[in-house]
Design a binder for this molecule. Structure first.
Ligand code: PLP
Length: 421
């Protein structure tokens, strides 16, 4: 493990077993644990986490792609503490500098007319709001979403989500799911225009011909659609509102400017914060009623958001994500040459997936092996995540301060673990 000069304070709280018992008794029974013996994480510093015994782990999951600047980044913590000491909450009904400053700073990062910001508490809320605005603005209800996407767990977002494991059997209306432009498993391979035509066909055959919009996780569409100019085709031919869920302006890679952008997770570095950015014209659709969110844009969250934005710029974290991400993909691709079980390595920057298969030809998901590798890597001090429809894709989404030394440690541990399974 790369050296790191930090020792967390001693932990005096309840044991992991005690917490697990309470969790099983009092909390959501649907929550899964990745590991046989769930980890009790009690401290964090930048790209490292510490358990109750002070053992250090390299965090390559970032609280599900959320800890962008690093755990407990001092400047973000200072912003939260300072704002909490002055005023935690007043509601949007009163003026406060934190929300105004952050809205201005965020808007300055967007091109064209994308200048109006709505704050929410989560990604789900941001996507719900975006979908509602698209529907109100266009007067159409139908939405196109891409298969395999996840957009949240409320009514409209669960409908837009396209993975059965995240969909409950309740009424979900108005969403048509287009083929996932996934170069590895997608039915059209990397033929972007075919995926775009699928969307076109859905609109022609499955709707009145008018739709409210097209929603996609920016990372989903970085594959075939983007390479073959599929997005340009979509916007040109269908006049749909384009909403791309971006973790940090993922849409910029596509060569199109969406009408609505939603974001959450990394913009707060762990503080509950989501946002929708759109044009003044589209934003106006909410002015005919009251749209109100008690906590959305509260002073503490927006002070944190502004600090995150500043840290990302000051520490050139996007550049770091690009450089270290390239190195990570290079090293993972070398592992792919070495181990048949790695079927695919994909992603952008420090948002990387590694898909395990038991048969490269058939692409049979290697679910058991995925869990086993994660478990062994955890034992060796590296935390990675898991996802995908079949639960056979490692999710590597570390804080953006991740270094090449961290990559070396992660990949060496993965290499060793794969050699043992
Ligand atoms: C792409 C995407 N959209 C939406 C969401 C929902 O965000 P939240 O869990 O903050 O409601 C998530 C969360 O994992 C996500 O990854």
């Amino acid at each position: 493990m790369p050296p790191f000069d930090y020792t967390p304070p001693p932990y005096t709280g309840p044991s992991a077993d005690e917490i697990l018992r309470k969790r099983q008794q009092f909390l959501n029974p649907a929550v899964l644990h990745f590991f046989k013996k769930p980890l009790n994480l009690v401290d964090g510093k930048m790209q490292y986490l510490f358990d109750e015994n002070g053992r250090r782990y390299l965090d390559a999951f970032g609280g599900i792609a959320t800890v962008s600047c690093g755990h407990c980044h001092p400047e973000v913590v200072d912003a939260i503490v300072n704002q909490s000491k002055r005023l935690q909450h007043s509601t949007i009904l009163y003026l406060n500098p934190a929300i105004a400053e952050f809205a201005e700073a965020l808007a300055s990062k967007f091109p064209g007319d994308l200048k109006v910001v709505f704050f929410t508490n989560s990604g789900t809320e941001a996507n719900e709001l975006a979908l509602m605005m698209a529907r109100l603005y266009t007067g159409s209800h139908d939405v196109i979403s891409i298969r395999n996407g996840y957009h949240g767990n409320a009514a409209a977002t669960m409908a837009a989500t396209a993975q059965s494991g995240y969909k409950f059997n309740v009424v979900q209306t108005g969403v048509h799911h287009a083929q996932n432009p996934d170069q590895y498993r997608g039915i059209f391979g990397s033929d972007g225009p075919k995926y775009a035509r699928d969307v076109d066909d859905i609109i022609t055959y499955g709707t009145s011909g008018q739709v409210a919009g097209f929603i996609s996780e920016a990372i989903q569409s970085t594959t075939a659609l983007e390479r073959q100019g599929g997005f340009a085709l979509l916007t040109r031919s269908n006049q749909v509102l384009l909403a791309l869920a971006a973790i940090f302006w993922g849409f910029e890679a596509h060569g199109v400017v969406p009408d609505i952008v939603t974001m959450a997770k990394g913009i707060g570095n762990g503080i509950p914060l989501g946002a929708v950015v759109t044009t003044p014209e589209i934003a106006k659709v909410l002015a005919c009623r009251n749209y109100y969110n008690t906590y959305g844009g509260n002073p503490v969250c927006t002070a944190a958001g502004l600090a995150v934005l500043k840290v990302i710029e000051k520490e050139k974290l996007q550049q770091n994500a690009f450089n270290v991400g390239l190195y990570l993909k290079q090293r993972l691709n070398s592992l792919k040459d070495k181990y048949e079980v790695i079927g695919d390595v994909r992603g952008r920057g420090l948002l990387v997936g590694v898909e395990l298969v038991t048969d490269r030809q058939l692409k049979t998901p290697a679910k058991v092996e995925t869990l086993r590798v994660m478990e062994h890597m955890k034992e060796m001090g590296v935390l990675i995540g898991k996802g995908g429809l079949f639960g056979n894709v490692f999710r590597i989404t570390p804080p953006l301060c991740f270094t090449k030394e961290d990559v070396d440690f992660l990949v060496d541990v993965m290499d060793y673990t794969l050699s043992k399974i």
